[in-house]
Design a protein around this ligand. Sequence first.
Ligand code: GLT
Ligand code: MN
Length: 389
Amino acid sequence: MAYEPRKEDKFSFGLWTCANRGRDPFGEATRPPLDPFTIVRKLGEMGVWGVSLHDNDLIPIDASVAERDRLLKEFKKTLDESGMVIAMATTNMFYDPVFKDGGFTSNDGRVRSYSLHKVMHAIDAAVELGADTFVFWGGREGTEVDLSKNHVDSVKRYREALNFLCHYVKDQGYNMRFSLEAKPNEPRGDIYFSTTGALLGFIATLDYPEMVGVNPEVAHELMANLNCAHVYAQCLEAGKLFLVHLNSQKYARYDQDLRFGSEDIQGNFALVHLLETNGFDGAREFDAHPYRTEDVDGVWDFAMGCMRNYLILKEKALQFEADPEVQEIRAANDGACALWEAAAGGYSPETARAIKAESYDIKAMAERGLRYERLSQIACEILLGVRKA
Ligand code: GLT
Ligand code: MN
């Protein structure tokens, strides 16, 4: 069957996506609860490669040690039976009221210490499940009132926490890397490290920057009015794109978390094109949720829709790449230049002199049309299904 997900597509879903019950700030749940075991089994049958989870998606925050151990064992068994892996694990540091003013950036040192406690336990559980990537999304790390915190202290505290946890992972001998996820606001009025670029800058200041990468999310980038393909590309080029969070979003809204491919198809297309033509080999994780109108069947329609749309866009990205007219336009625009090649190969005084001495006919260089109208139209016609391969 065409566009059928397979394990090698490396699709994953957060447990919280399918478990989402349609609650919103104005209304009650519209669906019954779905337990983690049912979700894993069903997604496994659908060709999904992995799932991700928060500690409390599986283990209640007040579970006894015996209950925790039992749940982990049973979950591991269900994963193995379904041929599924853990794409990443993370800590829920946003739901419980104790995190109302942040975890690592809370003004209260007891809350910061409890946050380390919760994360270390979550990392231990993640290792037991076989995860090698641990995500930090600091949804509560921020403010509504700018004067309520010293933001310089907040940055330092976030660094101290991540440094401590990197040392913990090394000390335990775990094979675990960290991935940070940015979001500009929601649930806090303003969230620290609001963009992926801010996180990249922050990672460079850590004790073990090589252990830490990012997992941007489409909706979060669009909420910050950024270009997803550009953001993800910078992370990929820096070797920092550990996994991706995929969904769809209408412009200038709250965090909609819509089925991948359902809105801003051009933006989603550019992103899939980027990932598929630049050797990205991490998890393609869907972090979205079904419409509130859906029952449980609609949850699986949602999950299948995300994956099918990715595969359709992938096919179209490859069609675009192979299109003879696209190749011709690109070739016409790819002006080779020995001086540039020399500069790109590294600085030398000779190259500097040669580039300075060269004379350029900038009028002639500027004259040629680049045919991007045509390039864009070809992409439109491929997307709209009227240009055949
Ligand atoms: C939460 C958030 C997501 C994060 C998840 C990881 S949970 O649903 O909206 O973007 O990736 O904590
Ligand atoms: Mn996310």
